[in-house]
Design a binder for this molecule. Structure first.
Ligand code: KG4
Ligand code: ZN
Length: 339
């Protein structure tokens, strides 16, 4: 069990289309964080192509790790205390590149290897900036592949209250943007364009808003498509602002409801969609209006990065010790729930 101070962990993330590595000290101080995005490679296909992602990770991983070490002032890998990689959920071939790189480094240096759950890592991004967060926390993880509402009762203790029954929130942003010809990834493009539109212009449906903690975004996506087909001259900025508002309304309502039920005084968000400026503004308002705190990691820590992997590994190493080197990747890994 790691208890001493000054523990430096290299975190590697290759679950989707970012090749990322970072060195984090004691689970909170980011000494370096390098993210090589493959967005340009996938953009012309309108989404991530798994084979292209795996190949790009192989080409980029060594340089990205080397840059993270240099930026952190680590002259030799043996100066580190552990090497961690995301082992799921994600694309199988992509995950294997990061896991293999981490295990090779661990094997050749004798350093401990730590496998990290990507969803748990999105949650721990908040702890990087705010190590004194007090559970229980009401946490919303919203990314391209997942929409999860979780009560974090303590380190490693999660109660999953709800998740999407169809599309993830980020997936809805990407699909609507693709339909409107706004490019890939769609979330950031919609975020920017929506700022110039009227969020009340079109009353898109708020699916399941008062119905438990699960989410559904596929009907909203269809409603946007139907609206644009029916009114081809509709102002695109109004369409995306109204769509974004419908997503944000549901996310904020359910997160605040979960916080009330769990007696949590702090709201936390993570995952790529947590970079959305409207979601961030509305969450701060909702927290203020209900006497709660909202903790929003900076956008660069919301989207995929290696620092969140290294930070989570620090907590996991303390709790569980190193991961055996014969452990593999798990594309369908879930967040373990205590209830
Ligand atoms: O967490 P992430 O980087 O990768 C996954 O684990 O999936 O999330 C990527 C998702 C994409 O769907 C992207 O469109 C969305 O996050 N996203 C955003 C914004 N920035 C990224 N969605 C809305 N607004 C943003 N500013
Ligand atoms: Zn992610």
């Amino acid at each position: 069990m790691v208890t001493e101070a000054g523990v430096r962990i290299l975190g590697i993330e290759t679950s989707c289309d970012e090749t990322a590595a970072a060195v984090v000290e004691d689970g909170r101080r980011v000494l370096s964080s390098v993210v090589a995005s493959q967005v340009d490679l996938h953009a012309r296909f309108g989404g991530v192509v798994p084979e292209i992602a795996s190949r790009a990770h192989v080409e980029l991983i060594t340089a990205v790790i080397a840059e993270a070490l240099v930026e952190a002032g680590v002259l030799d890998v043996t100066e580190l205390d552990a090497v961690a990689a995301c082992h799921g959920p994600g694309l199988a071939g992509a995950l294997l590149v990061g896991v293999s790189a981490a295990k090779a480094l661990a094997l050749s240096t004798g350093l401990p290897y730590v496998q990290v759950n990507h969803l748990e890592a999105h949650l721990y991004a908040a702890w990087l900036e705010e190590p004194d967060l007090e559970p229980p926390l009401a946490v919303l993880i919203v990314s391209g592949g997942h929409t999860l509402l979780v009560v974090m009762e303590g380190h490693g203790r999660y109660r999953v209250l709800g998740q999407t029954v169809d599309d993830a929130a980020g997936e809805a942003f990407d699909k609507v943007a693709r339909f409107l010809g706004l490019g890939y990834p769609g979330g950031p493009a919609i975020d920017v364009l929506a700022a110039t539109g009227d969020p009340t212009a079109i009353p898109f449906p708020r699916a399941m808003v008062d119905d438990g903690y699960d989410f559904s975004f596929s009907g909203l996506k269809t409603a946007v498509i139907n609206h644009v087909r029916r009114y081809p001259d509709a102002e695109v900025a109004d369409v995306v602002a109204s769509f974004q508002e419908a997503v944000v309304d549901v996310l904020v309502t359910k997160l605040v409801g979960a916080a009330a039920e769990a007696g949590a005084s702090t709201l936390v968000i993570g995952g790529g969609v947590a970079a959305n400026s409207r979601l961030r503004a509305r969450l701060l308002d909702a927290a203020g209006a209900t006497g709660r705190r909202a903790f929003l990691p900076p956008p660069a820590l919301c989207t995929d990065n290696g620092a969140m992997i290294a930070a989570t590994a620090w907590w996991r190493l303390r709790a569980d010790g190193p991961t055996p080197l014969d452990a593999g990747a798990d594309p369908n890994l879930r967040l373990p729930s205590v209830a």
